[in-house]
Write a protein that binds this ligand. Structure first.
Ligand code: FES
Length: 156
């Protein structure tokens, strides 16, 4: 069985669990995103086909909520803290520099799929500001000058 056939079968199982109401669609899309890490055009098309709801309506629901992602996740997920403590100590500057170094905007993935750049409200170690995390590993008292070396740790 090909990967596509497997994918379709699993979406059928997910769709079968929920009513074809707006609330049901939200739950279906959430479950697909948990499984795949994002909502692919194929998954959205298949959801529309199986629920009998138009693709436009499915996209309408998906794009209304900011927690849905439409691109595959990056291999390495960068979180830049913009909580109060980190913001005061230059968190926004760190974020801008990462956007420049990676040539992407916050919420995007680099074209090679290597890095995904996100912001977060607080990473829970405010005294060590500014803080970023990559794949859950914390880097504290980050400066823009340290960023190239930090990124270079991630070769794959
Ligand atoms: S505000 Fe950045 S770790 Fe709390």
């Amino acid at each position: 069985m090909s990967a596509v056939e497997t994918d379709v079968t699993e979406i059928k199982d997910i769709v079968a669990k929920y009513p074809t109401t707006k609330g049901g669609i939200i739950a279906i899309l959430q479950e697909i995103q948990e499984r795949d890490g994002y909502l692919s055009p194929e998954a959205l098309d298949e959801t529309a086909r199986l629920t009998g709801i138009s693709v436009n309506e499915i996209y309408g629901v998906a794009t209304f909520y900011s927690f849905y992602k439409f691109n595959p996740p990056g291999r390495h997920v960068i979180q830049v803290c913009l909580g109060t403590a980190c913001h005061v100590r230059g968190g926004a500057k760190i974020l801008r520099e990462l956007e420049r170094l990676l040539s992407i905007k916050v919420g995007e993935v680099t074209s090679d799929g290597k890095f995904e750049l996100n912001r977060i409200a607080c990473l829970g170690c405010c005294a060590l500001e500014p803080v970023i995390a990559i794949d859950g590993k914390f880097f504290t008292r980050v400066t823009t000058r340290k960023l190239p070396a930090i990124l270079a740790e991630y070769q794959d």
